[in-house]
Design a protein. Structure first.
Ligand SMILES: [Zn+2]
Length: 317
């Protein structure tokens, strides 16, 4: 019925592509955009999506890369998950500034920390959207530039988790707060330097790239254990209140990393999750959930800190 009412020009470009292995969905492709199979795409596109046999966009100029946001390809869920993620963190920022922070008597420092955290999350989301949108660019150089930005965005996202985490965990201990903030900043800067290395984006460095991100995120167990110790051990009220939230954070981050590395489920269902349900899409969703969870945790700990001031002996700020 729907197809009958469509203008002839649109009808001509209506394609049917396979969704999974069991259902056909009508997809309207803007003219000049077509989908390719794994064997047809340029070599430089094979780096991140090794197991999807079809649904690729390729050889497009910038304008058509942008227009391809509205077609169903194997990147659609990747693009939209982080575009909606960006809008979520933008709305959270507006809500924080207009309601959450003023109502909890936030200081100027609180505003700065929230701004840094949410800005980092938004940058991470936008870099990812940019990569998944422009990876199909006809110029390999442009595609690689966006890939580099995507990786830089992950580092920025990790920084956005560290800054509020360390700020509120060591709220009553200015010395350790500064030590850890400076250490994390140096670490992220070192990762940026590594990303400039000419072989960083190559397929040979896939394991090294993952090891670097795993170390930068995993090293957070050191300040976490230190926080438990400084706060009075596992029996202290503060630790009992916030340790479960931190453990959930590690659980989400661990699952996200696991999907990213193991390429489950497409490893077991090759060709059936090209468009919806691939490991990279699950990684994207879990990253959004993780950032949201961490933001809510920061809100909780800020409320706690404003209602229960630092003990005089521990306060060195
Ligand atoms: Zn991605």
């Amino acid at each position: 019925m729907l197809l009958k009412k469509m203008p002839g020009k649109l009808l001509k470009t209506a394609h049917y592509i396979e969704l999974g292995s069991y259902q056909n969905w009508p997809i309207l492709l803007p003219q000049k955009i077509r989908l390719y199979t794994y064997e047809q795409i340029p070599l430089f596109l094979l780096r991140k999506t090794l197991t999807s046999p079809d649904g690729y966009r390729a050889h497009l100029p910038s304008k058509l890369c942008l227009r391809s946001i509205f077609i169903l390809s194997n990147e659609t869920v990747n693009i939209w998950s982080h575009l909606l993620g960006f809008l979520l963190f933008l709305s959270l920022g507006i809500n924080d500034v207009s309601s959450v922070l003023p109502s909890s008597g936030a200081s100027r420092e609180d505003y700065v920390i929230y701004a840094i955290g949410l800005f980092c999350f938004q940058v991470c989301m936008l870099c990812s959207v940019g990569y998944h949108l422009f990876s199909c660019h006809r110029s390999e150089k442009t595609s690689r530039r966006w890939l580099a930005l995507d990786y830089a965005g992950i580092s920025v996202g990790i920084l956005g988790c560290y800054v509020p985490g360390i700020f509120y965990a060591f709220y009553c201990n200015a010395f350790w707060r500064q030590v850890y903030l400076l250490t994390v900043l140096s670490l992220i800067l070192a990762v940026f330097c590594a990303q400039i290395h000419p072989r960083y984006l190559s397929n040979d460095w896939r394991l090294i790239r993952m090891a670097i991100f795993f170390c930068v995120a995993g090293i957070s167990v050191i300040p976490a254990c230190h926080w438990v110790w400084l706060t009075g051990g596992f029996m202290s009220d503060l630790v009992q209140l916030f340790l479960p939230r931190i453990l959930v954070m590690y659980l989400i981050a661990g699952s996200a990393f696991l999907f990213y590395v193991t390429k489950i489920p497409e490893r077991y269902f090759p060709g059936q999750v090209n468009y919806v349900g691939a490991s990279h899409q699950l990684w994207h969703l879990l990253v959004v959930v993780m950032f949201y969870w961490w933001h809510q945790t920061a809100v909780h700990i800020m409320h706690f800190r404003h209602s229960q001031p630092c003990p005089p002996a521990a306060s060195s700020s």
